[in-house]
Design a protein around this ligand. Structure first.
Ligand SMILES: C[S@@+](CC[C@H](N)C(=O)[O-])C[C@H]1O[C@@H](n2cnc3c(N)ncnc32)[C@H](O)[C@@H]1O
Length: 292
């Protein structure tokens, strides 16, 4: 960048650079990135434009802006994403929690009546832990098990649970989908299985925006040829672990509900299949109730 020693010149450079890189919302992102580099709140920048910036702070700011210019998601650069009113640490080992996934949490709280009295809930593919941890802060008496096949993701989730004071309320298990449950003697004992599984079809991968395709873990996003492979497995495997009347609550992708209704009918053992739309009117959550 041009010779620049004040916050004001740094702001002007960052905004122009982000504008040129086409990252979108350059003005707001400039404030967040520079406030982070300078150790300030973003609203404090306006009153400090004439302040000199030490060389090492300037280098740090330039490094953050360069990462964003390369389309790395802002959340990985800042290391944080808000979900259901809680801040979650994120890095490139975990999916950045999405606002639409808050619906999954709402539906579990609304539908999981058995959870109020010492119930058992399992979060499959916990990632950053956003779903399991939020639920642990709401459902005081529920036993929660959170599982993921990625040890790196589980490390992030545990860090987040520590941060929100629920580390001892959640059992963390590593393994493929529900397989960690096989050794727990929990057949027919789980009230709710909740999951936001990978659900992007392989063919759709190249069309994703660079922020997602080039930076978020493929393991968290890609399901297989159809996109519904993980939901199919969850519908098949959950039956043996759910109590009669227990719920399988899954996030689904746009246009996937019809195929999943078919799978549920083939697999059998569920009643009252329900699909809930998100704020954008997209079918987003599927709830399957284990037959009584
Ligand atoms: C879409 S992300 C959801 C993360 C988090 N629950 C959320 O909603 O933000 C899917 C998660 O499933 C995990 N995963 C992928 N394949 C898996 C498998 N076979 N068994 C268990 N977890 C898996 C990924 O590591 C990732 O953390």
């Amino acid at each position: 960048m041009a010779e620049s020693n004040t916050i004001g010149t740094l702001v002007a450079w960052a905004r122009q650079s982000l504008d040129q890189a086409g990252t979108g919302n350059a003005a707001q992102e400039t404030l967040w990135l520079l406030a982070h580099a300078l150790g300030l709140e973003s609203h404090q920048l306006a009153s400090k434009m004439e302040q000199q910036v030490p060389a090492e702070v300037r280098a740090r700011a330039e490094s953050l802006v360069s990462r964003r210019m390369a389309h790395e998601p802002l959340q990985y650069i800042l290391g944080s994403q808000e979900f259901c009113g809680l801040e979650f640490h994120v890095n490139s080992s975990v999916l950045i929690p999405r606002p639409e996934t808050e619906l999954l949490v709402q539906e579990v709280v609304r539908g999981g009546s058995g959870l109020n009295e010492d119930g058992v809930l399992v979060d499959v593919g916990t990632g950053s832990g956003c779903v399991a941890i939020t639920l642990a802060t709401i459902l005081a008496r529920t036993r929660i098990l959170a599982m993921d096949c990625s040890p790196e993701a589980l490390a992030v989730a545990k860090e987040n649970a520590e941060r929100h004071g629920v580390i001892d309320k959640i059992d963390w298990m590593e393994g493929d989908l529900l397989s960690p449950l096989r050794e727990t003697g929990m057949a027919g004992a789980v009230d709710v299985i909740v999951s936001n599984p990978p659900y992007i079809a392989e063919a759709d991968w190249t069309g994703l925006q660079p922020e997602v395709r080039d930076f978020e873990p493929q393991l968290a996003l890609i399901a297989g040829q159809k996109g519904t492979e993980f939901h199919d497995r969850l519908l098949k495997d959950s039956k043996q672990f759910l109590v009669p009347g227990g719920l399988l609550v899954m996030e689904i992708g746009q246009g996937q509900s019809a195929a999943l209704r078919q799978t549920a009918a083939q697999v059998g053992g569920y009643t009252a299949l329900q699909v809930v739309e998100d704020a954008a009117g997209i079918e987003r959550v599927m709830i399957a109730r284990r037959t009584e």
